[in-house]
Design a protein around this ligand. Structure first.
Ligand SMILES: C[S@@+](CC[C@H](N)C(=O)[O-])C[C@H]1O[C@@H](n2cnc3c(N)ncnc32)[C@H](O)[C@@H]1O
Length: 248
């Protein structure tokens, strides 16, 4: 159950998960057969850091979907300050029941969000929304080594049992009827500087305002302190990998 303090804390951040503008752009540039004005669905957009990056690169038409209005409102506020090549429309909808007809999109984009319904399930369910030959790009928690220490194995198998190796993820992509085109591992600064350092920068102000509420302190302890400690200890073993694929 996501608390109001979770939303309040994450709404202060530029991104709600590890990521990097250059990696968003790099993944997009690998899609060599998009139409000139692609229709893009950004699933679980949060406050839309990657949405703004994509709309800055190409004259695209993006529908950005999330379940929290405060994230979508922040994206709409940020949108006003930018001069973009593409357009962005926000929509409050769940990725579990996306309200679109079949074959509407040239590209589905999901940074750090497909885990919510599971990688395999997401690939299967969203496929109908892609035009023939349409692309899907998703960043997904992935094991980077096989000799995984017990502490981090236990953490991830509880948090997200579907975490797997690159080889396992590529097999899932093929089984779901996509052609894997490329994969890119997000570098460490995408976690440390772009995510945990941003949280750290907001922490004191957030705790000054809500530090007397146990639920608010819990958000900082689990989302920032506990997860950052695990990342620093075990960053060689897991990371986010961008998977770039095409509907067959
Ligand atoms: C880890 S964040 C990633 C946000 C953003 N893509 C980024 O990388 O900064 C996951 C996002 O999925 C959204 N989300 C959670 N459940 C959802 C659902 N059922 N449908 C759509 N979005 C959902 C959350 O609100 C959050 O913004």
């Amino acid at each position: 159950m996501i608390s109001e303090y979770f939303i309040e804390f994450f709404n202060r951040l530029e991104r709600q998960g590890p990521g990097d503008d250059n990696y968003t752009e790099l993944a997009f540039c690998l899609l060599d057969n998009l139409p000139k004005n692609p229709r893009i669905l950004d699933v679980g957009c949060g406050t839309g850091r990657q949405t703004l990056t994509l709309a800055g690169i190409a004259p695209c038409e993006i529908t950005a979907v999330d379940v929290f209005d405060s994230f979508l409102n922040k994206l709409n506020e940020n949108l006003k300050q930018e001069t973009l090549k593409g357009t962005i429309t926000t929509l409050n909808a769940s990725m579990l029941e996306l309200p679109f007809e079949d074959e509407q999109f040239d590209l589905i984009w999901s940074e750090g969000s497909i885990y919510i319904m599971g990688f395999e399930n997401g690939l299967k369910e969203w496929k109908r929304l892609l035009k023939p030959g349409g692309y899907l790009v998703a960043s997904e928690a992935t094991w980077l080594r096989r000799d995984i220490p017990e502490e981090i194995l236990n953490f991830w198998t509880t948090a997200y049992p579907e975490i797997g190796t690159v080889t396992e993820k590529l097999a899932v992509i093929e089984q779901c009827g996509y052609q894997p085109l490329a994969h890119l591992t997000l570098p460490e600064y995408g976690w440390q500087q772009n995510y945990y350092d941003q949280m750290e920068a907001q922490k004191q102000d957030f705790l000054d305002q809500y530090g007397d509420v146990a639920e608010a302190r819990e958000v900082v302890e689990s989302e920032l302190e506990m997860e950052r400690n695990l990342y620093q200890k075990y960053k060689d073993y897991y990371g986010y990998v961008f998977y770039i694929m095409r509907k067959i």
